[in-house]
Design a binder for this molecule. Structure first.
Ligand SMILES: *Cc1c(COP(=O)(O)O)cnc(C)c1O
Length: 298
């Protein structure tokens, strides 16, 4: 399939939700394609277009064993007829994410954690090119200028009536595109899935606007892919009341944060709030297997 044809977004539904007294809307980007879903669809689009334009046949990228980015890249590469190589952090292992990536033809190359830290170094990238030949490299998490060009298009799905738009933060590529494309009257709130204030500076670097947005850094539940029972209980209850499945790494933390901010009185009833469901549902079965939960994944 031609890359342009694969990256035509489906119609993305906006679902009205009432939870904990807040009435708001959810942009269901988890409904985009079954494989390359959510924000990864937008982040990969112009990277794949570039790879095709430059005549590459192979795409190489990096990620952890539960990475949504690895999973999405494998599926997009198969559909667009690229070979795909996933450089995976840590010892060789199996889980749903990696199995599905491999079933879609991705070659998995495991590297130890020390080596993996060098993923952005030219010398390590050269050694990967020596091993795998002429590869188009997409960074870990997929955030680069091409990704941000793609995530700007998320705003094409969002009517201008919304004045508060909420989305999770991982590497910042998704929020950067949204902030760059927002209208002046729109405010953007990011919710960091990682621990630390560095995320704010990171997002400042990636965006062209320094106003009209804010990054919340109190809802990480201990750090990246960490969780606490309240988070799991919230995800279960939210599903029961809205039928929207949330993942515990990104969207669950973001919506928990939105609802806490509402409870604290930091959102007014007049505000027209839209939360962006960035996908990530493929990772839920791995979380359930590891920790013995039964969170809904669809
Ligand atoms: C990757 C991912 C994010 C983080 O996106 P960034 O562009 O890295 O900030 C958010 N939500 C989900 C579901 C993801 O898979």
């Amino acid at each position: 399939m031609r890359v342009e044809n694969f990256f035509q977004p489906d119609i993305v539904p906006i679902q009205k939700v009432q939870y904990g007294g807040l009435i708001f809307d959810v942009l269901r980007m988890d409904k985009i394609h079954s494989g390359t879903s959510g924000n990864k669809f937008f982040k990969l689009k112009y990277n794949f277009i570039e790879a095709e334009k430059k005549g590459h046949k192979k795409i190489l990228t990096f990620g952890g064993a539960f990475s949504n980015h690895i999973h999405a890249t494998a599926i997009a590469a198969k559909a667009c007829e690229f070979e795909a190589i996933g450089v995976i952090r840590g010892d060789e292992m199996q889980n749903n994410t990696l199995n599905e990536a491999a079933q879609n033809g991705m070659h998995l190359h495991f590297v130890d954690r020390g080596k993996y830290k060098e993923k952005n170094k030219p010398s390590f990238q050269k050694s990967l090119k020596d091993l795998f030949g002429d590869v188009f490299i997409i960074p870990e998490g997929g955030t680069n200028a091409k990704a941000i060009k793609g995530t700007k298009e998320i705003m094409d799905l969002i009517p201008s009536q919304y004045d508060l738009i909420c989305a999770p933060f991982g590497t910042g590529g998704t929020l950067a595109g949204i902030i760059n494309a927002k209208k002046d009257h729109q405010h953007v709130w990011g919710f960091s899935a990682l621990k630390g204030e560095w995320a704010k500076e990171k997002l400042e670097e990636l965006t062209s606007h320094q106003n009209g947005w804010q990054l919340h850094t109190d809802y990480h539940f201990g750090g990246y892919a960490k969780w606490k029972p309240e988070l799991v209980e919230f995800i279960e209850d939210f599903y029961e009341k809205t039928a929207i499945p949330l993942d515990p790494v990104y969207t669950g933390k973001m919506l928990y944060g939105v609802l806490m901010e509402w409870k604290k009185g930091n959102i007014s009833p007049e505000q027209n709030v839209l939360a962006i469901h960035t996908g990530g549902l493929q990772g839920i079965s791995g979380f359930n297997n590891r920790f013995g939960f039964d969170l809904p994944a669809s």
